[in-house]
Design a protein around this ligand. Structure first.
Ligand code: DGT
Ligand code: CA
Ligand code: CA
Ligand code: ZN
Length: 576
């Protein structure tokens, strides 16, 4: 069972509870939302956590108290959750589908249900098309337009899932196959291996002495919802995450060639094959062959590139964006890697909408090998996130000072904020407060729909203030949900270069903002990038790998990455 299934239920309970919000339910709503957030970010299935240590082990995760742990236990034991069923009877609405739409909240969904009987996206689509939605108080033609656009975006991306869902699922399949003892080697291929932000289907490659048995394991995994095809060398199953997965069992002697082929992408393969032909060879998924059919290389992917006179190309770069030329010239850069990250410059605590204390956030970062974080809570304009004002920050900063004293140089917490960039480009904290901080992320969180020029001016004003160090999630896009706002990234990157402000690569799988192509665009300027987790819980540091993957897809080297700097160097660089 995927943690996602339970997280979705908890999230939906929170949505339904928020409808008749009272001071007591408000507390409950937050508790359910926090628990859902935590579940989504832990890698071990909560079912096996439970088997290992019972309800106590579940309660050890941040943000999960006895009440909710009990509900999770109930679901693991019985496959049902009474509270969920009760609320669902009262509100038979597909919240999960509807709330993905921009501008839709639980309360709005309820109103649409009560007034128009809308239960799901297809009901909404009909109502929007017949302009019934705009007749309801509080909706108007603008809402109708927004829903319509958002539904179109969803349809065009249908069938592709987020890397943050695909990669853990692929890893769990690799794990199941290895555990079964039916394979001797297994790797992830396809878009997942290339760390592409969305994935159409999973591709797994394996070597097995007992292929039939390996396929039996594969087709009977927990998360399989159907078998599309089954054979000794190739099987395809549907998974409960909404995509299919191919498993190919290959002979050991052609495993390298098969990887080269199935990691892709298609155009990279085609271009590589052309190089082979130019050299008088033939390249396919079985190997690199001479004209007479003699094997030149096939077992090891590295060998294939080498025999083609090319440097090895990291999977994340294999997108036919010029990497073949670089590989032929032996100029493939040494890309940023997880182990290069020294810290994380965008994190939240329970003082705002996070789950953990600053002590817990620091401790967790240290335990994964980081040597510093910046604590960057939201500012007052962001009311939904309990953003803090100058006075509250002053109190919190004292706490951080104390923590740093007790850490005695073993780890550093830089004082900061994720400061809202307001509609007019001004910042949401006083100059004095900001000047007392060490690392400030500036972010746009409201008034997204501005003409490009206005939005660009707004952001550039903040960059030029000399008060921010990092521009947070620079385009505001949410994958499959909301397009980024209109902004001229060339002008923004130029302003960042002029003012020594870094551009964020936000690691949330639904953000990955900047994305790979925007990173490439911005790299033309002398700017740094900051790969941040934007953690709202200690478990969220695990998302950094999606940010690093995206940075690698944008060809970034460690020298370009602000938080690859050791603390001393970083502190110098952050001086405003
Ligand atoms: P996806 O699944 O849409 O997210 O993207 P991929 O890249 O995983 O594509 P997929 O699953 O269709 O195929 C996996 C890899 O197999 C692909 O990246 C390259 C290789 N491949 C598939 N079809 C072809 C083809 O027609 N020609 C060549 N040269 N390679 C192909
Ligand atoms: Ca694929
Ligand atoms: Ca495939
Ligand atoms: Zn933000």
């Amino acid at each position: 069972m995927e943690n996602r299934v339970i997280a979705d239920m908890l999230e939906e309970i929170a949505d339904m509870l928020s409808i008749d919000e009272t001071p007591t339910t408000r507390f409950e709503v937050r508790a359910y939302k926090n628990a859902a957030l935590t579940l989504l970010s832990i890698q071990e299935p909560v079912e096996s956590v439970y088997k290992r240590g019972g309800i106590k082990a579940i309660m050890e995760f941040p943000g999960i108290g006895p009440g909710i742990a009990g509900k999770i236990e109930e679901y693991i034991k019985t496959g049902r959750m009474k509270k969920y069923d009760e609320l669902k009877r009262k509100y038979p609405i597909d919240f999960k589908g509807l709330l993905l739409l921009e501008g839709m909240g639980a309360k709005k969904a309820i109103t649409l249900y009560k007034k128009l009987g809308i239960r799901d996206l297809s009901d909404l689509k009909k109502a929007v098309e017949s302009h019934k939605v705009s007749t309801i108080e509080g909706f108007g033609s603008r809402s109708e337009e927004m829903f319509s656009k958002s539904m179109q975006l969803q349809e065009s991306s249908r069938g592709r899932i987020l890397l943050g869902v695909a990669l853990p699922a692929a890893e769990s399949i690799v794990h199941d196959l290895m555990d079964s003892g039916t394979v001797t080697k297994v790797v992830i291929a396809g878009s997942t291996r290339r760390m592409k932000e969305t994935v159409g289907d999973l591709d797994i490659l394996a070597i097995s002495k007992t292929p039939e048995k390996a396929m039996d394991v594969f087709t009977s995994m927990n998360d399989v919802t159907g078998i599309v095809s089954k054979g000794p060398t190739r099987s395809t199953v549907s998974l409960n995450i909404g995509v299919t997965c191919d498993l190919r069992v290959l002979p050991p002697e052609s495993f390298g060639a098969a990887q080269q082929y199935f990691i892709g992408n298609k155009q990279h393969n085609i271009d590589t094959r052309k190089i082979a032909i130019r050299k008088g060879y033939k390249l396919n998924e079985y190997g690199l062959f001479s004209k007479s059919g003699k094997i030149i290389a096939s077992e090891d992917e590295h060998d294939i590139y080498a025999k083609l006179g090319m440097q090895y190309v990291p999977p994340e770069m294999r997108e036919a964006r010029g990497e073949i030329k670089l590989a032929l010239e032996h100029k493939i850069p040494t890309l940023i890697d997880m182990k290069d990250l020294k810290g994380d410059l965008h994190t939240h605590t329970k003082e705002t909408d996070g789950v953990n204390t600053i002590d817990e956030m620091a401790d967790a970062a240290r335990s994964i090998g980081l040597s510093y974080i910046a604590t960057t809570n939201h500012t007052k304009s962001l009311k939904v996130a309990k953003g803090m004002d100058d006075r509250q920050f002053a109190v919190f900063m004292k706490k951080v000072d104390k923590l740093n004293d007790s850490l005695d140089g073993r780890f550093r917490v830089l004082k900061g904020a994720e400061c809202d960039i307001l509609k007019d480009g001004s910042l949401d904290l006083s100059r004095q407060t900001i000047e007392s901080m060490e690392c400030v992320v500036g972010s746009v969180h409201a008034s997204f729909r501005m003409p490009e020029k206005e939005m660009t001016d707004r952001v550039i004003k903040a960059i030029g203030s000399g008060l921010i160090n990092i521009l947070g999630h620079p385009t505001g896009r949410l994958i499959n949900e909301r397009e980024g706002f209109a902004i001229d990234l060339d002008r923004v990157a130029q302003a960042c270069e002029d003012n020594d402000v870094a551009l964020e690569i936000n690691s949330w799988p639904n953000r990955l903002d900047l994305n790979d192509t925007n990173i490439m665009l911005a790299s033309k300027y002398k700017v740094r990038f900051s790969i941040n987790s934007d953690s709202h819980s200690t478990a969220h540091y695990q998302m950094l790998r999606y940010g690093v993957g995206t940075a690698r897809r944008g060809w970034l080297t460690p020298e370009r990455v602000l938080n690859a700097m050791p603390l001393k160097e970083l502190e110098k660089s952050l001086k405003r």
